[in-house]
Structure formats: C-alpha cells, structure tokens
Design a protein around this ligand. Structure first.
Ligand SMILES: [Zn+2]
Length: 424
C-alpha cells in the first residue's frame, strides 16, 4: 500500500509541467466479455497510474486505458487473473501526444483572428474572439456574457442565441456546455459548430428561431489551455486552493447533487477529486446560476464530452432511473440513430444508457444529475463523442473534426425539435 501511495504522488508530481511522466507508459484496449469482467474493468480505475480514456459501459464495448510504467505489472496482473482479454494499442503514448501538440501549434500559426476552424482545434483566445465577433455582427440574434472568471483570470463566456432578443418568456431554452474535462478537445469543437449553425450558417431555421440557445463552448478554459501548453492529458480545473502540488478539481464531480468526498473523490491528486466542497469551482457555479436564473424556461441540458459514443441520461450517482426514464430513452434512441445514420459507413453505433448502468461505475456530483435532480430540467443528457479507433492518440485527429461535429449536430437537431414541439 505504501508503494501505491508513493506511485500516486509520483504520478502527479511528474504530471505537473511536461509529458516526461508518460515515458514507458502504454495504452490498452480491454474487452470485457461477461458482467463480472465489466466490474473488474471498472475497478482498475482505482489503481494509481491508471487513467481510463473510454469506459466499457456495456458488454461488447471496449475500454481504452492509459497505464503509467510503474503500474503496468499490477494492471496486467488484475486483467490476467480475471481472464479479461486486452491488447496494447499505443506502445509509446508520449511520442504520439507530443506529435499531436506540435501539429496543433503549427495549425494555430495559420489561423486568422476572429475566425475558427474545423480542421484544427481552436484555443481559448480564438474561441472568445469568435464569440465577440458574432455578438458584434449579429446584435439582434446574439448576446455574449461573461459568467465567471477562473483561477487564472480567464473568462467563461456564454453565447445566448435568440431570434427575438431572448424576450419571449414562453420560448424554451436549451443549455449546453463543453470542455469541462479539459483534454476532451472535440467537445468545444462540437459546441462551436452548433453556434455556427445557429448564427452564421442557418440551414434549420425552425430550431434557430423557435428555441433560445445558451451555449458555453469552453467551460474550463484554464484546464483546456493547460492541455495545449503543458499536459495534454489534463482533465480538471486549475484551482490551487486545496493543493498546490496537485491542483485542480473535476468540476463534473463538484455539483451539489449527491456530491461525494469518499475515496478517490476526496484526494486532491486524483483526477476525480470532487473539490473541497460542492460548488467550490466557478466552472460548476456558472451552470448552476444559468439554469437557476432561467428555471422555468430551460427544457433541456446537454453536456458534451468525449469519448465513447454514448448518449447518457441520469442518474449517474447510483444508476437509478428518473420518473421520465422512458421518455429519455425513447428520445435518446432517436438522437442516437440519427447520428448513426449520418456517421461514416462501418462506424460503431451509439449506445443509449444510464450514466452508471451496466458497469456500476457511479459519478456523484455531476452536472447532468444536478440539472435534472436540482435544476428541474427534465431532459438532461451527457454525450460522449466518438474516438477515432484506427488512429492512436487521445482525441480525434483534426481531419476527423468536421465529420464528427456535423453528424453530432444532426442528433442535436432531433433533441431541439422535440423540445420545440413539446412546448407548443
Ligand atoms: Zn468528460
């Protein structure tokens, strides 16, 4: 146990500032074949030095897991003892991740201020400049507000899109956020595409005009910038209040709905640290305030993550079902099948599931649970966008961004039209 504790601290000391800690690490695909396998596969997350990129929520799906050098033996031993099939899919994650960072830096040099790209990942300053340009160019449709300022002084902005200046109290609102987990770069890209389709390139006039949209394309800007400048695998915020050695909180475990500080959730060095108290992070406060301030009108909440191709509904804290679970599943299936139909041929299909469900992996204090359980939003979903399975790396290569954001928008339209028709 002492050795484990040492590795745990060592991992996060090394994390701070470079990718050296990835030297000798490997990325595995794990394929649970039975329910027991699923439980064991979910338990490996408790091993220090193991970072689950994609979860196997249901049988037939793979889990993709990064394992640091020091934990390789223990990780393999656990899987072998349970007879769970696994294989190494990335032999040298450090070089793959460093190449990805280099590619991003090159792409950034070629972009113009005030514009965004769907062939590379945009940075914080570019995203905020784009929102400000839209507010200036489309003053009757767009309002941009700063909802909060982060530990490192960055602004968390919301873009409010409305055909009538947001002045119709009977119009439904859809709230969406992206990037709470800093390393999930495809999430902000997808939110930006939604914004583009609702403001600059409107081809679905009905949803642009009959729904008001509050979109926060980059809810954790400190973490996101850190993934571009220092550690590609960073997931949390960058608050230093609890620990300067292990900064940051998983803002998606920080909501005051079944918030937990047991086990990994209590450890500042864990990537699942839930914070010193519920709503300690501005990154979670902004969603609470936005939904509470518009309580009667917010009809759907969608939080965008990657990866795994899951469309998930509450409750994540214990796997229990909300009263309208049938509606959530039925609408979820329509969203998922629409995205599947637009996806590249041969792609894996979306799975619609409870956020905890088959693998009993529970996530207390999440935004999706809070929105429904405390915020009173009846349609609350988490989307886990697709990975690119043929290519190594954490996120999609830039050449895949366009396909993913377009197919996902197709699914979001189904959600939006449902909300629209229900409110008439
Ligand atoms: Zn996430």
């Amino acid at each position: 146990m002492k050795v484990l504790a040492f590795l745990f601290v060592a991992l996060f000391v090394f994390v701070y500032g470079s990718h050296e800690y990835l030297e000798g690490s490997k990325v595995y695909d794990v394929k649970p074949m039975t329910k027991k396998h699923l439980l064991v596969a979910s338990s490996v997350e408790q091993i220090p030095g193991v970072d689950v990129w994609q979860r196997a929520h249901v049988l037939g799906r793979i889990a993709r897991v990064l394992v640091l050098k020091e934990s390789l033996d223990q990780f393999e031993l656990v899987l072998k003892s349970a007879n769970i099939p696994f294989e190494v899919v990335i032999e040298d994650p450090k070089s793959v991740i460093e190449a990805e960072i280099k590619q991003q830096k090159m792409a950034r040099m070629n972009r113009l201020n005030g514009t965004i790209s769907f062939t590379s990942y945009n940075r914080y300053d570019e995203i905020n400049a784009y929102l400000d340009v839209l507010a200036e160019k489309y003053p009757t449709r767009v309002t941009v507000e700063t909802l909060g300022t982060t530990e490192e002084g960055r602004e968390i902005k919301v873009i409010k899109i409305s055909s009538n200046g947001g002045n119709n109290p009977n119009k439904p609102i859809i709230v969406s956020d992206a990037g709470v987990h800093a390393r999930e770069w495809i999430a902000p890209a997808t939110a930006l595409y939604m914004i583009t389709k609702l403001v600059e390139d409107i081809t679905e006039r009905d949803v642009a005009d009959n729904v008001d949209w509050f979109i926060i394309p980059l809810i954790n800007p400190d973490g996101y910038e850190y993934t571009h400048t220092d550690d590609r695998m960073w997931r949390k915020t960058r608050t230093m209040a609890t620990s300067t050695e292990c900064p940051g909180v998983d803002a998606n475990r920080n909501y005051d709905f079944k918030w937990s500080n047991i086990g990994n959730f209590s450890k500042p060095c864990s990537i699942l640290f839930s914070g010193p108290s519920a709503f300690s992070e501005v990154e979670s406060q902004v969603i609470r305030n936005l939904i509470n301030d518009n309580k009667s009108r917010v009809k759907a909440y969608l939080t965008i993550h990657s990866y795994g191709k899951y469309f998930m509904y509450p409750y994540a804290y214990d796997g229990s079902s909300p009263p309208n679970v049938e509606e959530l599943i039925s609408l979820g299936n329509q969203v998922a099948s629409t995205i599947d139909a637009l996806a590249a041929p041969g792609s894996e299909k979306y799975v619609v599931t409870n956020s905890a469900d088959a693998m009993k992996y529970t996530s207390p204090g999440s935004s999706g649970d809070w929105a429904m359980g405390a915020g009173g939003v009846n349609l609350s979903y988490v989307i886990e966008l697709p990975p690119k399975s043929e290519e190594p790396g954490f996120d999609l290569p830039p050449s895949d961004i366009e396909q993913v954001v377009k197919e996902t928008w197709g699914g979001i339209l189904v959600l939006a039209r449902y909300v629209m028709n229900k409110s008439i």
